[in-house]
Design a protein around this ligand. Structure first.
Ligand SMILES: [Zn+2]
Length: 117
């Protein structure tokens, strides 16, 4: 089957790969939490720039989410689920720290408070 995204065969399995470009740091951390919940190591790029770029509002600063190339397939599957659920279910706000969490989160990404329906 043809991989239409791109072929990573020549890429080291532990190379960081940008898997998702979040609209802002909040969304980036939601995606990061999803990956961490599935034992996928990830890092955020761009988040640290926000302090330096004073004129640009936090909400407009894109943050790239990176995973190891070897985890790309698994991470993409999670992203597919994430975007599907996002369209059908609302975010929830953590009662402990007031952070916004994605609907697929069982625990707050920030303080690990369990989500109670
Ligand atoms: Zn919380």
């Amino acid at each position: 089957m043809q991989n239409k995204i791109h072929n990573n065969a020549d890429q080291a399995p532990f190379e960081w790969l940008t898997i998702y470009c979040a609209a802002n740091a909040v969304e980036a951390n939601i995606v990061k939490g999803l990956f961490l919940n599935n034992n996928i190591d990830c890092q955020l790029l761009g988040e640290s720039l926000q302090g330096a770029v004073g004129e640009i509002p936090l909400e407009q600063t894109q943050v790239r989410v990176q995973v190891f190339a070897i985890k790309e397939r698994q991470a993409r599957q999670i992203l597919v689920n994430y975007t599907q659920v996002q369209q059908s279910a609302p975010d929830w706000v953590c009662p402990n720290c007031n952070e916004h969490n994605g609907p697929t989160f069982d625990f707050c990404w920030s303080c690990r408070t369990p989500h109670n329906d």
